[in-house]
Design a protein. Structure first.
Lengths: 435, 435
């Protein structure tokens, strides 16, 4: 049986998971791939902490360069994270003719196009199943299973931290800060949580998935991103009364000459299977012309789910090597010369439905003022609910609009805020009727 | 760009879908695979019916042999169905050195081991993503994405006809016969529906999936199969009151030296994501050691979803051909010499929980008789509900048991039926607490 030598850069959570699987699953991996997947070397600046693994013959060194330069090593697994050292290591590894497997979504979202070109130049593979959706095989599904489909749209719950927090607020009425604290206590959120809760991690994944789905260059900078900091228990309660659930969604849709790509809290109907995806679970719904609606569901993060996805990439490359081939699959799902630059729709041109919540003064004419301004901007209201009465004499007024233009909504809201009818900024949550 | 010639045997629903995709998606398939996928010939005894496709350069002939013998054709797509002609055609195609793609689950479940050996002998590929779960990429997921996982269990809703009927009974209280009639009227059930509603179609799929998940030979004959004919609105209503939904599940679990493989109506808790899979949709939940719980969801049948899966197989083979390789992936997910014969647990040795519904005579001592006999067989009762009162003086008695042995339950029920406490046969539905 052919031996394939693997080096891991970064012996943190994901690196440890990958090492565990390579060592613990040696026999089954041989039976499934026909190759001996030999974990030759791991590099990490910390060579002393006990990770709870018996490394056996595997060397642990403190110098990534020693792994990258090792002529015996065929596949480099980058689990360093970040965009500086990781990028340099990957570039060097490719230059040395090594295939690269990474879970680094920030790096791919920011520098993926360049890395794809570099992989081509060096005739190596670059694989990243673990970068989007943890153990859900969304990369493989888009690139291989849906090969004959026109992928019309994707909606994903791609960040377990946000989904945990929204579930918590929904289930026990916690305020955001308390739910975040709870998530941190349980290890579902980082001490510095902004990458997750402000939506950036989700946007990184959407940038990658849009590229694979639509045959376009990776484009992070034009994705509209909003996080979940402003979501209140009241909004979740109102949403439920209307038959909706609030999720942080990554939305990617293709139109004739542009794509929609946006990340924001979204109200989805209870008939949408994504509405049942709770706690820290992830899911992605894909609507394609031949398959119709499909969905993948699973853990989007964590040591072993992420490592499982890394191993699927390693096995793919190993199978290529045994077959005497490389670069069997186009990295972004389309031949590189066929990848287009498709513009992302500017957010102000978006057309969708809106949930609007105002803190309105409780005096006559308020509803008329608000609806009058909305009407002047061609925003028509599907339903209005005036709920309860606050101690301070203000009442929440909740509206659901018909399809409306984003710029018009924003302009109208700016005008409404300036009247004496409402207090503070209104809450705006976009609605997706279909997944 | 290299041209790969494809022949389709059978121009029925699936064959037509495959032809549509090959012809309509020619450009995108070239961009995604780097090959020209040329549909050279279709064979069907009916060469005159208009299938609504402009075949262009593709020939439609009435002789499958003409396709199988054509030295230009690289890949044969078998969409004839059945186990006689289809089998002979596939065997001949393999003998002629052609790769074979099929959606024929009955054939694979019954004769798959032999076909796998024949593919090996002739050094060709045999691909069947469309055989299980329609457009859900469950074959690829088990074989590739979960490569480093020990797959502990699978539970699948794999038959859209049954799921539609159960949903219908659940939503409007229809009796089974009426729900079946409705499904037939809408095209969700065949005129002769027994293959679907008696669970055999689901068992075919489970036989294939068990093999891929557990590295075992395909074994259909030892799978316990029950269909949904006996499910009543009352059972679905009682289930709901206990927090359960009734689904026809394919269940495959591995234990130390055997697997469980069974198809029957199953009560699952509302917290199980499968419980939200309604209408004719399919889903399969997989519990594996690295990933934890994952689920795929999508259309399990229909022209285009099935054709989409066939196309993913064609693309895989095409990519191998361009890469100058073949048989890159072991057909059953494990090297053929590593595939084991793992016995399926005889049903009478199963241990699970049970829902039991008796039509009990409404006189004193009935409950004591029933529970006494159950107790003598070491079946302990978790809860009992005596619901309503029928006109004829009988009352339904519903029980949920703790874990119990199947043989003991059946023996106890045989004894209970012989008493004068109950009328007719009790309803038995097995419960799965986890997916």
């Amino acid at each position: 049986m052919e031996t394939i030598n693997i080096g891991i850069l970064g012996f943190g959570v994901v690196g440890t998971g990958v090492a565990k699987l390579l060592l613990d699953k040696k026999t089954v991996l041989e039976s499934r791939t026909g190759a001996v997947l030999n974990l030759k070397t791991i590099a990490d600046i910390d060579t002393t902490t006990d990770r709870g693994i018996d490394l056996g013959q595997t060397r642990l060194i403190d110098d990534a360069g020693g792994v990258i330069a090792d002529p015996d090593i065929d596949i480099i697994v980058e689990t360093i994270g970040g965009e500086t050292v990781a990028k340099a290591c990957i570039e060097k590894a490719m230059a040395n003719g090594k295939h690269v497997v990474t879970a680094n979504k920030a790096l791919l979202a920011g520098h993926g196009n360049g890395l794809v070109k570099l992989a081509r130049k060096n005739s190596v593979d670059l694989a990243f199943e673990a970068s989007c959706g943890g153990c859900m095989p969304i990369i493989k599904t888009l690139r291989e299973s849906l090969v004959a489909n026109h992928i019309r749209s994707m909606s994903g719950i791609l960040n377990g931290t946000c989904n945990y927090i929204l579930t918590k607020i929904s289930q026990d009425g916690s305020e955001f800060e308390a739910a975040l604290k709870n998530a941190q206590d349980l290890g579902f959120a980082e001490a510095e949580p902004s990458l997750d809760i402000d939506g950036h991690d989700t946007a990184h994944k959407l940038a990658i998935l849009n590229s694979l789905a639509h045959g376009m260059e990776i484009n992070l900078k034009d994705i509209h991103v909003e996080g979940i900091r402003n979501i209140t228990p009241a909004d979740i309660k109102f949403a439920r009364e209307f038959g909706y659930t609030i999720k942080l969604l990554a939305i990617g849709k293709i139109h004739d000459d542009h794509v929609e790509a946006r990340v924001h809290p979204t109200m989805i109907p209870d008939t949408n299977p994504l509405s049942h995806v709770d706690q820290s679970m992830n899911a992605i719904a894909v609507d394609a012309d031949a398959t119709g609606q499909t969905m993948l569901y699973g853990k989007g993060a964590g040591m072993m789910p992420t490592a499982s996805a890394v191993l699927s990439d390693i096995a793919d490359i190993a199978r290529n090597m045994i077959a005497g081939t490389r670069r069997r699959m186009p990295i972004l799902g389309f031949l590189e010369d066929h990848i287009k630059e498709i513009p992302i729709l500017p957010m102000e041109e978006l057309s969708t439905r809106y949930y609007l919540r105002f803190e309105a003064q409780d005096h006559p004419g308020v509803l008329s003022t608000i609806s009058g301004i909305l009407g002047e901007h061609h925003i028509s209201i599907k339903s209005v609910h005036q709920k309860g009465r606050k101690n301070n004499g203000r009442v929440p007024v909740v509206m659901i609009t018909h399809m409306a233009n984003e710029a018009s909504v924003q302009t109208a809201l700016t005008r409404i805020v300036k009247t004496d009818s409402v207090v503070g900024n209104p809450m705006v949550i976009r609605i997706e009727e279909t997944a």
